[in-house]
Write a protein that binds this ligand. Structure first.
Ligand code: DAH
Length: 343
């Protein structure tokens, strides 16, 4: 009998059910009233008393082994059932919905053009201090240039009725300062990011918008490098043959300062509503870094020179896609968003 039990035990341990029915048959074969195990228990009464203890233990071991096997296989089926139900790899995928936001497309394309020129992407905080947004960029306290940008101040203690040092950055030029503080020479960065100004929302303005800042500092960087870099950008982004022109301007952190116009890509320079019939549209501010800002970040202007530029991503996107209302970028109307490139 011992051998018989050993043999059955081996069969039971090696058993694998390939279906639920096979498992049920297995259970019936061994455990049902007329099954193998009750029959063995019946035989048990006939064996010699001195062998009963050992046999009894063996029989119980066998019974437990069968019960465990049934449990184990049952669980296996249940887990497999979930798998096949949830992850049917042969099921056709859902049709892809959604498009990239136009601002993301434009930011990506601008980044990529400058990255090919060796610029790397830099970041800085949106909640900034006065130093990085204004003072280090040569905006003296109470200087009227600060009024060029209406600032949201974050007051640390609301009961103190004076503007705090902490504010939402009004331009990404603050990232210039952070780059000059933390990077080794030469510096060649672009900084895309969100900026905030206390302005009424209209077709042409918003209190939240996006800019891309550029900064290049090295030995012998000149205005020619600035012009050539921006000219290259315009040809790549707006297409070969787009004309550029530079007009003198003023920014506290650049000297010489300029604004750059491109020939209107909507009327091709003929004159239209977008270019106010001039044939030109302004796309960015730029200039040579004022020696003062280099000094305040510990860079010797006798050795190093640099240029900087800053542009609004919304403005560039409006020109590129001929969008005439800036609010469309923020309303998330699907009829607008669906017109852009799939993700
Ligand atoms: N920060 C300026 C603005 O928000 C844009 C700008 C102008 C950035 C000239 C520059 C620059 O880096 O050189 O209006």
């Amino acid at each position: 009998m011992n051998e018989r039990i050993e043999q059955i035990l081996n069969e039971v341990r090696g058993f694998k059910a390939d279906s639920k029915e096979a498992l049920e048959n297995f259970r019936i074969t061994y455990l049902s009233k007329k099954g193998i195990i009750p029959a063995l228990f019946a035989d048990f009464k006939t064996i010699a008393p001195e062998l009963r203890k050992e046999m009894g233990m063996k029989l119980n071991e066998l019974k437990n082994a069968v019960q465990e096997k049934v449990e184990e296989q049952l669980q296996l089926f249940e887990s497999q059932q979930v798998d096949t139900f949830d992850f049917d790899m042969s099921m056709p995928a859902n049709e892809m919905h959604g498009a990239r936001h136009p601002l993301s497309i434009v930011r990506r394309d601008i980044n990529s053009i400058f990255e090919h020129l060796g610029f790397t992407i830099a970041e800085g905080p949106e909640i900034e201090d006065d130093y990085h947004v204004f003072s280090a960029l040569n905006f003296p306290p109470d200087h009227p240039a600060r009024d060029m940008q209406d600032t949201f101040f974050i007051s640390k203690d609301p009961s103190e009725n004076k503007p705090s040092d902490i504010l939402l950055r009004t331009h990404t030029s603050s990232v210039q300062v952070r780059a000059m503080e933390s990077r080794k020479m030469p510096i060649r960065i672009i900084a895309p990011g969100r900026v905030f100004r206390n302005e009424a929302i209209s077709a042409r303005a918003h209190c939240i918008f996006h800019q891309i800042e550029g900064l290049y500092i090295d030995k012998n960087v000149s205005f020619v490098d600035l012009k050539q870099t921006l000219y290259h950008f315009v040809q790549e982004f707006f297409g070969e043959g787009t004309k550029v022109r530079f007009r003198p301007s003023y920014f506290p952190f650049t000297e010489t300062s300029a604004e750059m116009d491109i020939s209107c890509n909507i009327c091709g320079g003929e004159g239209c509503n977008i270019c106010k019939h001039t044939g030109w549209v302004e796309i960015l501010g730029c200039g040579m870094c004022d020696p003062n800002i280099l000094i305040s970040s510990g860079i010797d202007p006798e050795i190093y020179t640099g240029f900087a530029f800053g542009m609004g991503i919304e403005r560039i996107a409006m020109l590129k896609y001929q969008i005439n209302d800036l609010r469309l970028f923020f309303e998330n109307d699907l009829r607008f968003l669906e017109q852009f490139e799939l993700a």
